[in-house]
Design a protein around this ligand. Structure first.
Ligand SMILES: *[C@@H]1O[C@H](CO)[C@@H](O)[C@H](O)[C@H]1NC(C)=O
Length: 334
């Protein structure tokens, strides 16, 4: 072995010596460095040199390759204006609808302002979208949380992106996650995961009890079984199931507790699919002050909801998952 290595050295030594003897060695090393740099640049541009282009940004999108943005608002007109203005900028948005659950309908001036903002952006984005985004309020006279999942009339898409007025999802992330939903249109696809944890049982005969797991427990354990509808893609067929087929006792529970409509939707989808939802990695931006989830005792109410829904269903339909979907373009190695 040693002999081989020596022979190799003898063969390479003259080359190395020539490299460093013909002129200053630093110049040689510098040119070597330049060659490596150029090689790296060439490799990184290989996609365009090889003609590996894709057509993700095709401007002509049929409606089934578009989605409806459904904004939930609670009398926070400044947040609503910001949200609407933001989503008019995103590709793939077919329509923006706002769930308005108040005894008073939205004021004419608010309505006019929002319509004008959407129209202005339609004009501005004419080349990019090749279609016009429509805007509409869906008004309900009660503040029932079930209103959020009332089937929408005059819809042109199957995909609904359900979003609270105080959360903003960047357009690129929205388009990426819509692509994931297209691959799994029966699943809820979104950004806010939650988990149901099994409580340790005191007596074997008791029905299993569950604890609602917030963000920290999901982060710590890497498990989730729900994606909250505050930022999620949901197939519109589940709105019909929610309103027309889901047990009335769950509607009543949600109405009276003024909470947990999102958990009810997670149960419904899990019961229909026997599959977990999909969590997409991405950063959301919170605008405005903190909402209901910062209220005291929120987590206990959510735990009660989970256990109540389990008793209605007669079993626990939620399925845990450890899958987190990431954008491969932003992953450096594999
Ligand atoms: C769960 O799904 C089954 C099968 O789709 C359905 O028959 C049943 O009514 C659902 N349960 C509830 C409580 O909605």
């Amino acid at each position: 072995m040693k002999g081989t290595r020596d022979r190799l050295w003898v063969r390479w030594r003259p080359t190395l010596l020539v490299l460093c003897q013909a002129g200053p060695c630093r110049v040689k090393l510098l040119s070597l460095f330049c060659i490596v740099l150029v090689a790296i640049l060439v490799i990184s541009r290989a996609a365009s040199i090889m003609g590996w282009r894709h057509h993700l940004d095709s401007p002509q999108l049929p409606s089934r390759h578009q989605y409806t943005v459904l904004i939930n608002t609670w009398r926070r007109n400044d947040l609503l204006k910001k949200s609407v203005a933001h989503y008019t900028q995103c590709n793939g948005v077919n329509a923006i609808r706002v769930v308005w659950s108040e005894p008073e309908p939205p004021s004419n001036s608010l309505h006019l302002e929002l319509v004008q903002s959407v129209e202005a952006s339609n004009l501005h984005n004419n080349n990019r979208h090749n279609h016009k985004i429509s805007f509409q309020f869906d008004t309900h006279e009660t503040d029932d949380l079930n209103n959020r999942f009332k089937p929408l009339n005059g819809l042109h898409t199957d995909a609904i992106f359900s979003i609270d007025d105080d959360v903003v999802v960047p357009c690129a992330l929205l388009e990426f996650s819509f692509g994931i939903w297209l691959s799994a249109p029966d699943s809820m696809v979104g950004f806010v995961p939650r988990m149901h944890w099994v409580q340790s049982m005191k007596h074997a005969v008791e029905q299993e009890k569950y604890t609602y797991g917030g963000w920290w427990s999901v982060w710590w354990m890497g498990s989730y079984s729900m994606i909250l509808s505050k930022a999620a893609f949901i197939h519109h067929k589940y709105f019909e199931l929610y309103t027309q087929q889901m047990p009335a006792s769950i509607h009543q529970y949600v109405r009276e507790a003024r909470n947990c409509e999102d958990i009810a939707m997670s149960f419904l989808v899990a019961n229909a699919t026997s599959a977990p939802p999909l969590w997409v990695k991405g950063r959301l931006f919170e605008i405005g002050s903190t909402g209901i989830s910062s209220l005291q005792g929120h987590s206990e109410h959510r735990t009660q909801c989970v256990n109540h829904f389990v008793s209605v269903y007669g079993y626990m339909p939620l399925v845990a998952s450890h899958v987190k979907v990431v954008d491969a373009q932003h992953q450096w190695l594999w």
